[in-house]
Design a protein around this ligand. Structure first.
Ligand code: AMP
Length: 227
């Protein structure tokens, strides 16, 4: 193939603890750059709702705020990333969360001559996370994210994006489960910051500020990777 006319789809990873804003930022990047957001949390919640074998195995683990087994998550991600829409490039939100998953991802990508374009670490303080998580909710129609304090709909009770009036909160967005999720993040996921640093693809973003300021920083990084 002619290298001058070939574009390699970007593979971006958003790293960060629960509540860092990975989902919100992934959706904004998806809209801006035409990439596909792949959230293993969403895929697992769909599997739980559909009552699949993977969903049945994952349900109690997710409710406890622990990590679902690498085997289940890698299989779900592998099937989804092979779908044709992902050829546009992907933003991984919530995957990988362990070194085993990171190595499996490298293997999957290598099979199609791809590699991770950038792993962006959203850096936040733990104390902020509980407030962020306990106030968040989404539109039941289109999935747009909102927050009781930081991002309310322009018209109360009506989704800005699709006009729906039904909203939902996640079962695991409560104080006890958040503590377990933060513990799992520090023990199993934070080591991936070094992993991607060593692979030369780590970017760090201060994610304590306003959603739109953080989005601006991310757009700068992603703009350099997506051509
Ligand atoms: P999230 O929506 O990314 O916050 O994920 C919600 C829950 O799904 C997590 O607390 C885990 O129980 C599970 N989960 C999501 N992604 C993964 C992953 N990559 N590895 C293990 N468990 C995951």
């Amino acid at each position: 193939m002619d290298a001058a006319t070939t574009t390699t789809p970007a593979v971006l990873i958003l790293l960060g603890p629960p509540g860092a804003g990975k989902g919100t930022q992934a959706r904004m990047l998806e809209d801006k750059f035409g990439l596909v957001q792949l959230s293993t949390g969403d895929l697992l919640r769909d599997a739980v709702a559909a009552g699949t074998e993977a969903g049945k195995a994952a349900k109690a683990v997710m409710e406890a705020g622990d990590l679902v087994s690498d085997g289940i998550v890698i299989a779900i991600l592998r099937d989804r990333i092979a779908e044709p829409d992902c050829a546009k490039g992907v933003i991984l939100d919530g995957f990988p969360r362990t070194t085993v998953q990171a190595e499996a991802l490298d293997g999957l990508l290598a099979a199609t001559d791809q590699k991770v374009s950038a792993a962006i670490s959203l850096e936040v303080e733990d104390a902020e996370m509980v407030t962020r998580i306990s106030g968040r909710y989404t539109c039941a129609g289109c999935g747009e994210g909102y927050h009781d304090v930081y991002k309310t709909p322009a018209v109360e009770g009506v989704c800005d994006k699709c006009g729906n009036t039904e909203f939902k909160r996640r079962a695991d967005d409560n104080a006890e489960t958040v503590a377990s999720r933060l513990k799992a993040y520090h023990a199993q996921t934070a080591p991936l910051i070094d992993y991607y640093q060593n692979h030369g693809v780590l970017k760090r973003v201060d994610a304590m500020g306003k959603i739109n300021d953080i989005a601006g920083d991310l757009e700068g990084i992603v703009g350099e990777v997506v051509s």
